[in-house]
Design a protein around this ligand. Structure first.
Ligand code: TYD
Length: 224
């Protein structure tokens, strides 16, 4: 079996990456590609448990403050499980894997946001993920202000409508997000082959078209 193709989506909360991932998945599927999608943290039974610990701002009431290194280790425990259960089997079967966040998120959020430093994250990635790198990373980097506005509005809606609260990260201050934004820029310039940064504040459809073009250049149409 040929190895598949591994694409990750990255960006700040509210950057629109989840919407774009879904649209790309639909478009690739309609062309006859086998597509597997997942998000991190989450996606496996273990990962969903880890996700609720990490993202729910009420966790701290029962668990106490989560130390930055524990947060990092939990993100990687989740990642190791999804590599083992989902990503590698899918790639081995020849699928295109679309993953909503991956190690760049840990480098940006824990490395820069929590100030643990990139080296520690990259060492963890080598140790825990066997250094499995995406073939392509779509990094959505609209302006910081636009992302934050969207993320905070969305979280308000979630709390009101579903009673879920995933805002342990979203209540961080602007300086935290500025560090993350800057880290993403550094990653994009460090690895220009892998990471394509889309900075435009364009419409959803325009960005979708742009992503489709980028992906078409890298993945040939399936032989049906
Ligand atoms: P998610 O629901 O994926 O948010 P969004 O749809 O905005 O991407 O929430 C994931 C949150 O977890 C997000 O705030 C970023 C954070 N995160 C990290 O801090 N480190 C990581 O390694 C990952 C995968 C996510």
């Amino acid at each position: 079996m040929s190895r598949g193709y591994f694409i990750t989506f990255e960006g700040l909360d509210g950057s629109g990456k989840t919407t774009q991932l879904r649209r790309l998945a639909a478009s690739l599927q309609s062309e006859g590609h086998k597509v597997v999608t997942l998000r991190q943290p989450g996606g496996t039974a273990l990962g969903d448990r880890i996700r609720s610990i990490l993202l729910d701002s009420r966790s701290e009431a029962t668990l106490g403050a989560i130390a930055p290194l524990s947060e990092m280790a939990l993100m990687f425990a989740d990642r190791a499980q999804s590599i083992h259960e989902i990503i590698l089997p899918a790639l081995d079967s020849g699928a295109i894997v679309l993953c909503d966040r991956y190690t760049d998120s840990s480098e940006a959020y824990q490395g820069a946001g929590r100030e643990l430093g990139s080296e520690r994250i990259l060492a963890m990635h080598r140790a825990v993920c066997d250094n499995l790198q995406p073939d392509l990373t779509i990094l959505l980097l609209p302006s910081l202000e636009a992302s934050l506005r969207r993320a905070r509005r969305r979280n308000q809606r979630h709390v009101q409508q579903k009673g879920t609260d995933e805002n342990r990260f979203e209540r961080e201050d602007d300086a935290f997000y500025q560090r993350i934004y800057r880290a993403y820029e550094v990653i994009a310039s460090r690895e220009p082959q892998r990471v394509v940064a889309l900075r435009e504040d364009a419409s959803i459809v325009q960005i979708e078209t742009h992503i489709r073009e980028i992906v078409s250049l890298r993945i040939p149409a399936p032989v049906i």
